[in-house]
Design a protein around this ligand. Structure first.
Ligand code: GMT
Length: 397
């Protein structure tokens, strides 16, 4: 990883030449930032130059040095006249600097507003050849931010002004077209998972830190926003605790964490829950779980569910958004309607009561994760998108 731009020779690469790629992402814990980081690292390993532009060192980049990877930190000015720092402008400015210094030919913005907006502004500001802007829609950039009156028009603008747009699921593709009235083509490119990092085979010593051998271990990983319905995870635990020895691991942090902890105390199950906070290497903990819980009210994809499946952990979740595209109901997990806490608890109990079915789900989940959501297929899809966008952008130059 380097933070100092050495500069790159100017000139436009031919088809098939390595990309000089800038990646705009949320640097904190969250699926879109994880996907952006992992995809960037994959392209770097293939020999492309990858420049992460973010307000912080990306969460999942910790300890993963690569000579093709740069991190450019966005600096904002805290001026009392501004109620909040003008980060989108600062991001556009840093990105424009990076484009010029490294002759970046493709900018990949993960999330519409603010990242695609910053990318489009930077593209318009640079001296010299303009890079292609590829935008990946991740979910809440459309379903929450994009639908808010304050951001609807900039979101539509960001989508229309990008050279190429992708969405992480068919559900998000359809919803973007429907609720934002977008007519341009949007390609569905699903998320992927590193099958070596997320693999089955719990270390019994790690598992014993959280549960005794006779106890079932449930797991939830998220950013504890209201959409994740983390209190329902605690309610499922409380329901199950009346039937069997069980413990729950809650990984991550966010606004609803204190509510979930308070509910655990109120329901008398606080001694059965461990809140581990947010940390980047969740894989060792992931494979110790018996069931992964995802009761979200909406989820464009559900990356944590894919990571659980790759780890050989069946998922119990909701029929929400793109979750059914990831978790095959009745095969790799069990899905229930949003808010059906009793149904979710029943589903967990059914899996724990039937070891043969649990094992079949675990194996099918791993198989689906590594065959349907294959790293190579997803990387090839993005490579095609980058090539086409780079060709289109350079013909318009
Ligand atoms: O959850 C968010 O607020 C945004 C975003 C994030 O940064 O974590 O999550 C979205 O992108 C992920 C990666 O593509 C998807 O796996 C999540 O399903 C999606 N979240 C929602 O749609 C709520």
């Amino acid at each position: 990883m380097s933070a100092v731009p050495p500069g790159g020779p100017p000139g436009r690469p031919a088809d098939g030449a390595p990309f000089r790629l800038a990646v705009l992402l949320h640097g904190g814990a969250g699926g879109s930032g994880v996907v952006a980081t992992e995809m960037g690292l994959r392209f770097a390993r293939e020999g492309h130059q990858v420049h992460f532009v973010s307000n912080r060192v990306p969460f999942r980049l910790v300890d993963r040095a690569d000579p093709n990877v740069w991190v450019h930190q966005v600096e904002t000015l805290a001026y009392p006249l501004f109620e909040a720092p003008l980060t989108t402008l600062a991001e556009a400015s840093k990105l424009a600097e990076v484009i010029e210094a490294f002759d970046v030919d493709v900018v990949h913005a993960h999330y519409a507003v603010p990242h695609a907006t910053a990318a489009i502004l930077a593209r318009d500001m640079v001296a010299g050849p303009r890079p292609a802007v590829v935008t990946t829609l991740h979910g809440t950039d459309v379903t929450l931010v994009g639908m808010d009156r304050a951001y609807l028009r900039p979101t539509r603008h960001a989508i229309h002004a990008s050279d190429a747009v992708t969405a992480v699921s068919r559900d998000l593709h359809d919803e973007t077209k429907r609720v934002l009235g977008i007519e341009r083509p949007i390609r569905v490119v699903p998320n992927t998972v590193d099958p070596e990092r997320f693999r089955p085979g719990a270390d019994p010593e790690v598992r014993r830190r959280f549960a005794n051998d006779d106890e079932a271990l449930l797991l939830h990983v998220s950013n504890f926003r209201p959409v994740k319905r983390t209190c329902e995870v605690v309610r499922v635990l409380a329901d199950l605790a009346e039937r069997r020895p069980v413990r729950l691991l809650m990984v991550g942090d966010g606004p609803d964490q204190p509510k979930a902890a308070a509910l655990a105390r109120e329901l008398g199950v606080a001694d059965r829950v461990t809140f581990l906070g947010a940390f980047p290497s969740v894989e060792a903990v992931m494979r110790t779980a018996d069931v992964f819980l995802l009761p979200s009210s909406h989820e464009a994809f559900g990356l944590a569910a894919l990571e659980a499946m790759a780890s050989g952990v069946p998922v119990v979740g909701t029929h929400a958004g793109g979750i059914p595209e990831v978790v095959e109901d009745g095969v790799t997990g069990l899905l229930r309607p949003v808010g059906d806490v009793a149904g979710l608890a029943e589903a967990v109990d059914a899996l724990l009561t039937d070891p043969a079915r649990h094992a079949a789900f675990a194996a099918a989940g791993r198989e689906r994760a590594v065959t349907v959501f294959t790293e190579g297929v997803v990387t090839d899809a993005y490579r095609e998108v980058y090539e086409a966008a780079r060709a289109a952008a350079s013909s318009g130059r």
